[in-house]
Design a protein around this ligand. Structure first.
Ligand SMILES: NC(=O)c1ccc[n+]([C@@H]2O[C@H](COP(=O)([O-])OP(=O)(O)OC[C@H]3O[C@@H](n4cnc5c(N)ncnc54)[C@H](OP(=O)(O)O)[C@@H]3O)[C@@H](O)[C@H]2O)c1
Length: 285
């Protein structure tokens, strides 16, 4: 799809993959609505590229999402490209994640995505064209221990994308799922900030599990080169402008190893692989 004369919306455009995707789409000639909470960041982005419209929205607030959708529905030119990118991770053993944190991450990663997609679909159907890009994760296809809630949101994004893709293809609308592995953005920082010091709060039973998995996962990153946001942003923009995009794209650190293993193994073998990789083979006495 060509950019000129078309509008794109990128959620989570204040940093990381969203920032880079918004910038690149604007470069391709799209008018880009860049949405997130940190308006100062969005305004910085608008200074760096033409055709960027900064728009503040807190996707954790259903009423703010409704108001944002009202704005989208009233646009003189409907959104042709929707990049549902905003998202974050909460970490912790399931027992440790407070229910309000569970609800909030589902609200941002899934419910807001559904609501915004619903707001963009009528315009896309009317135009008989549209591209919806949903940011899943390799954690949309399997779940790391101590990260089940986040993985659940991304598994749900995969499910929504898979069914929607078939529903709206007859209207000329494409649905693309992106499954990044580890990418160097502010994602980790945000997860640490939101989740806090889990080790100091958890029950003694879980302490050795946090320590073992933390140590094992830490080792993956020793001397590793973790790609930056541009790898995924480039992929997204290539898919948007392509006449025949794939339905899913993957990339990033460990994406190939983990997804390869998941798709080639039966459930038992993959469970053994992940248990070993995350250092959780032993039994707590
Ligand atoms: N980095 C990775 O390793 C990785 C791997 C797999 C998948 N992903 C997925 O890729 C997507 C982008 O992540 P990233 O790595 O680019 O992370 P990032 O740099 O932390 O960016 C996340 C974006 O989401 C926005 N966001 C978070 N909470 C929000 C809220 N309540 N309302 C509105 N916007 C909100 C943030 O904006 P504000 O804080 O300004 O609101 C920010 O722009 C996410 O869906 C993430 O789950 C990331």
């Amino acid at each position: 799809m060509e950019g000129k004369g078309r509008t794109a919306l990128v959620t989570g455009a204040s940093s990381g993959m969203g920032w880079e995707t918004a910038r690149r789409l604007a470069e391709k000639g799209f008018e880009v609505i860049a949405a997130a909470r940190r308006l100062d960041r969005l305004e910085d982005l608008a200074k760096k590229a033409d055709h960027i419209i900064p728009r503040r929205v807190d996707l954790s607030e259903p009423r703010a999402v409704d108001a944002f959708c009202g704005y989208l529905s009233g646009l003189p030119r409907p959104v042709s490209v929707l990049v549902n990118n905003a998202g974050y991770s909460v970490r912790g053993a399931l027992e440790d994640v407070p229910m309000d944190a569970v609800m909030r991450v589902f609200q941002v990663n899934l419910f807001a995505l559904i609501r915004i997609t619903q707001a963009c679909l009528p315009g896309m159907r009317k135009q008989r064209e549209g591209i919806i890009v949903n940011l899943s994760s390799m954690a949309g296809k399997f779940a790391f221990p101590m990260s089940g809630v986040y993985a659940a949101t991304k598994h749900a994004v995969e499910a929504i994308s898979d069914s929607l893709r078939i529903e709206v293809r007859p209207f000329g609308i494409r649905v693309i799922t992106i499954r990044p592995g580890f990418i160097a953005t502010e994602f980790n920082e945000a997860a640490n900030r939101i989740t806090g010091d889990l080790l100091s709060r958890t029950a003694p039973d879980y302490k050795p599990l946090y320590q073992a998995s933390g140590a094992s996962i830490g080792k993956w990153f020793v001397n590793a080169t973790v790609p930056g946001a541009d790898l995924i942003a480039k992929m997204i923009v290539e898919a948007v402008v392509s006449d025949s995009p794939e339905i899913t794209y993957s990339g990033g650190f460990l994406s190939e190893e983990f997804q390869g293993k998941r798709f080639q193994s039966d459930d038992e073998a993959f469970d053994r692989f992940l248990t070993e990789k995350t250092g959780l083979t032993g039994r707590v006495p």
